[in-house]
Design a protein around this ligand. Structure first.
Ligand SMILES: Nc1ncnc2c1ncn2[C@@H]1O[C@H](COP(=O)(O)OP(=O)(O)O)[C@@H](O)[C@H]1O
Ligand SMILES: [Mg+2]
Length: 410
């Protein structure tokens, strides 16, 4: 007879789940529903293996459509295929992190053998010359992937692209192919025409994933982690449909899957069900709201805090006049300059468009037209997050605040 503990012996121990496969940086060996995009890239870069010249590439697509993962996958496969044939090095730069020309050149120069380049300090001419020398000594093909390139160009202009194209034209024994990745379709408007035509030799658009496609991606991930018996099909379907409603973002879907698995584990259950997905979704939305509040400018935080305190003192609906008064009390209490009602009105619109409050224009008869403000977030949590900002550390209750019974205990 079977041992009565059989099912526990056969089940996957949750402690053995490798959560690395759910990290955004994990690059799988197979990328379903990107076959045609990968095909175009393989044809382009495959030319190098035959001694030919690939085109520069621009990849467009919304967040979570697999742009970064596909390019990392291509780079890995290409380096692997080129062994003992040609020198190919794929250099990946996240332009949100390396946000100046110096650090992009330094990364390029130090990614290959040759003179070591310091993180900072050299003149651009010296840097350029050293990178050029290193790359030419390499005697091969560099694929320079500039991820999130739109952010860089919006901040610094397109000189970097020009400099890289110039460097490529001056090389004798090596070649640089540029790959730009962006989620901003209007990014090209920021480019000078000399750069635009060179960068735009091959353009690939990554469309958002459908619910079915996300399901396949999640199923693959679950299989890689070896936990298919731990995640119900209903849970996977639900995540896929939620993520497809949110712009077909595979990153969000994988994050939700990971959070659902963790929730199921922490509540001691042996299968991830729809209920875990709903809780994970709520948790993620809550975290996102708190992160939004945390990163608000200090004056906007002061305004929101004023609104929260008003609500806490018992007022349910309030006018912009009352809000301005509450804001002024907070700003004074925190030693911040008091902004004009006009600026406050703009900040109210910002809070409204972030979904933190709702401001409705109502006609109040003899009071004239006014805005009624409502709060859409948890008071205690929002207040706690704002009071964590050191600008409010010394916040004292002003006499008016005391009158209103505002409670600002930290
Ligand atoms: N077709 C796919 N197959 C498997 N995983 C994918 C696929 N597309 C995206 N992913 C995964 O989704 C997440 C987000 O992808 P990413 O490449 O970072 O998106 P983007 O760069 O377009 O914002 C990553 O974890 C990635 O591995
Ligand atoms: Mg990306």
């Amino acid at each position: 007879m079977d041992n009565i503990f059989k099912k526990y012996l056969e089940g996957k121990s949750v402690r053995n789940i490798d959560f690395k496969v759910f990290e955004p940086s994990f690059v799988p060996n197979k990328m379903p529903h990107r076959e045609s995009e990968i095909g175009i890239l393989v044809d382009n870069f495959g030319k190098i293996l035959m001694g030919g010249m690939p085109k520069n590439v621009l990849i467009f697509g919304k967040s979570g459509t697999g742009k970064t993962a596909v390019m990392k996958y291509i780079g890995r496969e290409l380096e692997d295929a080129s062994k003992n044939r040609v020198n190919i090095r794929s250099i990946f730069v996240n332009c949100q992190i390396k946000d100046n020309s110096y650090s992009i050149f330094e990364t390029m120069g130090n990614s290959i053998e040759g003179e070591k380049i310091p993180f900072t300090g050299w003149s651009f001419d010296r840097l350029y010359a050293a990178v050029k020398k290193n790359i030419d000594m390499y005697n091969g093909n560099i694929i320079l992937v500039l991820d999130e390139i739109d952010r860089f160009v919006k901040k610094n202009g397109d000189d970097i692209l020009y400099q890289v194209l110039l460097l490529d034209s001056e090389l004798e024994k090596s070649r640089i192919t540029l790959v730009g990745i962006t989620n901003d379709l209007k990014f090209m408007d920021y480019l000078d025409s000399r750069v635009k035509s060179r960068l735009n030799e091959e353009k690939i658009v990554f469309p958002p994933y459908t619910s079915e496609q996300i399901y396949d991606i999640l199923m693959d991930r679950v299989n890689i982690a070896g936990i298919n018996d731990f995640v119900s099909e209903g849970a996977l379907r639900l995540i896929s449909s939620l993520a497809s409603q949110e712009n077909g973002d595979a990153r969000k879907a994988i994050e939700m899957l990971k959070a659902s698995i963790q929730l199921a584990i922490s509540s001691g259950e042996n299968k991830v069900e729809e209920a875990h997905v709903f809780s994970a979704k709520n948790r993620m939305e809550y975290d996102a709201i708190m992160e939004t509040i945390k990163t608000l400018p200090v004056q906007t935080k002061a305004l929101l805090l004023g609104i929260l305190l008003l609500r806490e003192s018992g007022t349910i609906q309030f006018t912009t006049g009352e809000v301005f008064e509450a804001y002024r009390n907070v700003a004074n209490g925190a030693n911040l300059p008091v902004l004009t009602p006009r600026r406050i009105s703009d900040m109210l619109s910002d809070l409204d468009s972030l979904g933190l409050i709702s401001a409705n224009v109502t006609s109040l008869g003899r009071y004239g037209r006014t805005k009624m403000i409502e709060i859409n977030v948890s008071f205690t949590d929002a207040k706690r997050v704002i009071l964590e900002d050191e600008n409010f550390r010394g916040l004292k209750a002003t006499p008016t605040m005391k009158q209103l019974r505002f409670n600002i205990d930290h």
